[in-house]
Design a protein around this ligand. Structure first.
Ligand code: THG
Length: 914
């Protein structure tokens, strides 16, 4: 019998294959190869759609598999990285997805089995490759609408399920969900994989591989690796690891971090070093093997392979490296709760209390309700932000109101939060009594969140169904002490209901006990009704029992409920909460929904007041409530006229104007822009000077921070949004200043090239140029060359600007340039965006087009260059200098490695967004 991958992985380190793309490139395939007769009728270009080759050039794909098997790979990946309807729609071939996946598995299966038969001592395995798709569920592609999503969780999960069912039916041995850049996409893939396994009746191990996109070690969507591990903790995972990102060397610290924490086998398949300025990888197989050897020597990995730039020559080096090496043993599972936003919250026993912010609740805050009703989301977000600033470790979000569409409001608000890194740093607690609202919320969050709540109110069946769903979505859960008979009010009832729920969750659903939070109901005391007097004591007693008898779980509650009877007297309410928490925490209450801004400490409460409050909370005298109400009246009278509210004052508001503008940009705070810009308009001659001066300076500072790994993408996106807001405020002034100065500087077409969805840089260029009097025709993202040419003619533009952030965009820009040449254009071409470089422009783009092709390092250069290009007096000299400079670069010839300076520098170049 052939050994299984699970048996083999404990015996030795396994070898995964290298890149498919790099190998395909070597065949220099043309459009006809990709298209074949089969797809003659499909419109648009098919070249570059590598997955289609499983149908049109199966010989090539199988030969590549053979080369990797020959090189010693134990596991080969199917050619299905992009074989989902979501990705294939770009090429208009989404209806062939099932067939592509089946064909791809067959190619890999046949050849893997051939090798296994030849040498049964080295069995070969087929991994079904499942890529991230070309869209992200966690971020908006529209700078103006952060709540927008180009792809929904449901849409993605459906597409993944279609792919994965075919992979499983085709006979893959494992699934490899890889190159994860957005955890929400990955969660949809995991969700789909579980469903597909059920439908097909085939269970296979799940391999997960994430890619970090900055040197701070975060995913593109901003999560730390620790937070990522929490997000996928619910899945039945065989291995987890890292791929792509960097070369083996730069990936190592992140791999160590992961290996130290992830209780699974660890995989790594890095790129062949860092890309050079042409987007190519030129580390040699020997160099790479030397670095991968360090992984092995340091006992970091169980599975090794290669990503971008690697070929069979690289993989062939691995066989010697793993000889005689004992494989790594995974670390133990965490013995505490992991939940996450962009960052991990590890609820360790030594954390004695986790405070959950209560204020984003339409039923618990009149202000929040009004803001949501009036759709004033910016201000509503400030409430969330303030809570996090005040120290909330989780924020509760509740949209349950009879006149609101709960599903819609929950979705909008959570999508908005996802765009606010200062808020989405912390995990979210989705609070609703409606299951459909909870489910909608679960589909928005990449972090591991908390569902608040489920209960036995509607019986066991509904309870189990919801609990299973919560688990599948990968969340922790609050269980309220309700059952078919209603709310549990006495300690006995609370204990009985929680114990019953625990057994169901742990025994029947297989819930991780650390992911269970019991809420034994904090009910209102001091109501004047005698039966209510023991409510706090009952809660505390139940808490103690639960923590002692239901191992692993947490206990939480809505603390402000306790004092509803004293509404209007904030001081007394806060003092009651402080006293209650003082006792409840001692007995094991380790979480609580509270107002994080509360300032009353137990130790600050004067002795006479404390005695009265303790009498009530601990139910020590029958007339406690009366005394408390009396005290409350007294205190109220004494403080009449005062609101008791402290006006917040942020220190940064006292800084000089330029510092304030910079701070607003860096932090992405739009609230004070109106005031600050009004002040700036008095100080500066022209509105444009504010943009090109302090605002651009702030943006460049953000670029530096990002390059240094001190900011991550969602933060940068927020910055761009704030910049946009600032410009919008200044726009009317700019317009009025232009009056009289009728001269239009020129018309510029800008576009992010086909295959690329990134447009922050392009949008800033558009704004800056518009401010300089240029008319901008912005074609958006993913623009094919045909459209660029067509619109350039229609609009009679004076020049064209191309933007791109990812490596394939380099080739696309060369393509656009040659199309312009073919069509006889004479317009100057501006090139900008990450991955682009002066060297690549000189070496590859400029030679394809006779007119000036200018590389621009950042948005501030555009206007200056454009004015030279459009000035008949300056253009000849400028063009001549440019040609000479390019010639010099070409003569120097070979692309230089960017790591020559430092990793920081390399990274800055790679992700130079502006
Ligand atoms: N358990 C669980 N979830 C819960 C609760 C619970 N979610 C909701 C609630 N209870 C906890 N949240 C709040 C939020 C606000 C208030 C009370 C509980 C509150 N608000 C002020 C009031 O009503 O007086 C409103 C003041 C204002 O308008 O600003 O007290 O128990 N699992």
């Amino acid at each position: 019998m052939k050994k299984t991958i699970q048996q083999l992985v404990v015996e030795r380190i396994l070898i995964l294959d290298g890149a498919m793309g790099t190998m395909i490139q070597q065949y220099n395939l043309r459009e006809e190869d990709f298209r074949n007769e089969r797809f003659a009728h499909i419109r648009g270009q098919l070249r570059g759609n590598n997955d289609l080759l499983s149908l049109t050039r199966p010989d090539v794909i199988q030969e590549i598999h053979r080369k990797y098997l020959e090189a010693g790979a134990d596991i080969i990946e199917t050619n299905t990285f992009s074989s989902t309807a979501v990705s294939m729609a770009d090429y208009h071939v989404q209806e062939y997805v099932r067939e592509m996946n089946l064909a791809a598995v067959k190619l890999a299966r046949e050849i893997a089995d051939e090798y296994t038969t030849k040498n049964p001592d080295k069995p070969r395995f087929v991994a079904g490759a499942v890529g991230p798709t070309n869209k992200t569920c966690s971020m908006s592609p529209d700078v103006n609408n952060p709540a927008f999503r180009a792809l929904s969780y449901d849409g993605l999960a459906t597409a993944y399920q279609e792919q994965i069912e075919a992979l499983l039916e085709g006979g893959v041995d494992v699934l490899l969900i890889e190159t994860i850049f957005d955890t929400l996409n990955a969660k949809a893939a995991i969700f789909a994989a579980e469903k597909a396994m059920k439908v097909t009746g085939r269970e296979v191990p799940l391999m997960i591989s994430v890619t970090v996109s900055d040197i701070g070690g975060r995913t593109l969507s901003g999560q730390t690796l620790d937070a990522f591990l929490a997000s996928i903790q619910h899945a039945n995972i065989f291995s987890v690891g890292l791929n792509c990102s960097f070369g083996a060397d730069q990936l190592k610290p992140f791999l160590s971090q992961m290996a130290a924490r992830a209780p699974y086998y660890i995989s790594a398949y890095p790129n062949a070093g860092l890309p050079n300025s042409l987007g190519a990888y030129d580390q040699t197989p020997e160099e790479m093997a030397e670095q991968v050897k360090e992984y092995i020597d340091e006992n970091l990995v169980n599975i090794i392979g290669g990503c971008c730039g690697t070929t069979d020559a690289y993989i062939a080096k691995y066989t010697d490296l793993i000889k005689g090496v004992q494989p790594r043993v995974p670390v133990a599972k965490p013995d505490c709760m992991w939940i996450s936003g962009l960052e991990l919250l590890e609820v360790k026993p030594e954390i004695n209390f986790v405070n959950i912010g209560e204020r984003c609740n339409v039923a618990g805050s009149r202000k929040f309700l009004r803001l949501i009703q009036e759709k004033k989301y910016e201000e509503a977000l400030s409430i969330a932000r303030t809570q996090v600033e005040d120290g909330a470790l989780i924020i509760d979000v509740n949209m349950d109101d009879g006149l609101l569409d709960g599903v819609e409001e929950m979705t909008t608000f959570l999508n908005l939060i996802a765009s606010e890194p200062e808020i989405s740093r912390v995990p979210v607690m989705i609070d609703s009594s409606k299951w459909e609202v909870i489910e909608a919320g679960l589909k928005c969050l990449q972090g591991k969140c908390v569902v608040n709540s489920i209960s036995l109110k509607e019986g066991e069946e509904a309870f189990l169904e919801h609990a299973r769903a919560v688990r599948q979505y990968g969340a922790a859960v609050v269980v309220m002490a309700f059952d078919e008979k209603g709310q549990a009010d006495t300690a006995q009832r609370k204990i009985a209901v929680c114990e019953r729920a625990y057994r169901l969750l742990v025994d029947k659903v297989g819930f991780n006990p650390h992911d269970i939070i019991f809420d034994p109901n904090i009910l209102t005391v001091a109501t004047g009704i005698e039966e209510h007097n023991n409510y706090a004591v009952d809660f505390i007693e139940a808490t103690e029992w639960i923590r002692k008898n239901l191992p692993g779980v947490h206990v939480s509650g809505g603390v402000s409920n306790l004092s509803f009877s004293l509404r209007g007297n904030d001081y007394i309410r806060e003092a009651i909460h402080a006293v209650f928490l003082y006792y409840a925490i001692q007995k094991g209450m380790d979480m609580g929904i509270v107002n994080p801004a509360t300032s009353v400490l137990y130790t600050d409460i004067p002795a006479d007041v404390l005695k009265i409050i303790e009498d009530v909370v601990l139910n020590r005298t029958p007339d406690g409530s009366e005394q408390l109400i009396e005290l409350a009246e007294k205190l109220k009278a004494a403080s009449s006229g005062e609101t008791g509210q402290v006006v917040r004052h942020d220190a940064w508001r006292d800084e000089p104007l330029e510092e304030r503008l910079k701070h607003a940009l860096v932090k992405g705070i739009g609230d004070f822009l109106e005031d600050d810009l009004a002040e700036a308009l008095m100080k500066y001659d022209k509105a444009v000077d504010i943009i090109e001066g302090p605002l651009m300076k702030g943006m460049n500072y953000v670029g530096d921070l990002f390059g240094a790994g001190k900011m991550f993408l969602p933060q940068v996106v927020k910055t761009a949004r704030t910049m946009k807001k600032a410009v919008a405020i200044l726009q009317p002034v700019i317009e009025s200043e232009k009056q009289g100065d009728v001269k239009n500087a020129g018309k510029v077409l800008v576009a992010t090239v086909r295959g690329d969805v990134h447009d922050i840089g392009k949008n800033i260029v558009a704004v800056v140029m518009a401010c300089n009097g240029y008319e901008i025709i912005d074609l958006g993202v993913m623009v094919p060359s045909e459209t660029i040419l067509k619109r350039a003619i229609e609009e009679k533009v004076d020049m064209i600007g191309l933007s791109g952030l990812i490596t394939p965009s380099l080739e696309e820009m060369v393509h656009v340039a040659s199309e312009l040449e073919k069509a006889g254009f004479d317009l100057p071409l501006l090139i900008g965006g990450a991955t682009t470089s002066k060297l690549h422009t000189a070496l590859k783009i400029a030679p394809a087009y006779h007119a000036p092709v200018v590389y621009l390092k950042d948005a501030s250069q555009n206007a200056g260059v454009a004015s030279k290009l459009l000035n008949p007096l300056m253009k000849p000299e400028f063009t001549k200098e440019l040609a000479e400079e390019y010639q010099l670069l070409r003569e120097k010839g070979k692309p230089v490695h960017r790591e020559i300076v430092s990793l920081e520098d390399a990274q800055k170049n790679r992700l130079n967004l502006f």
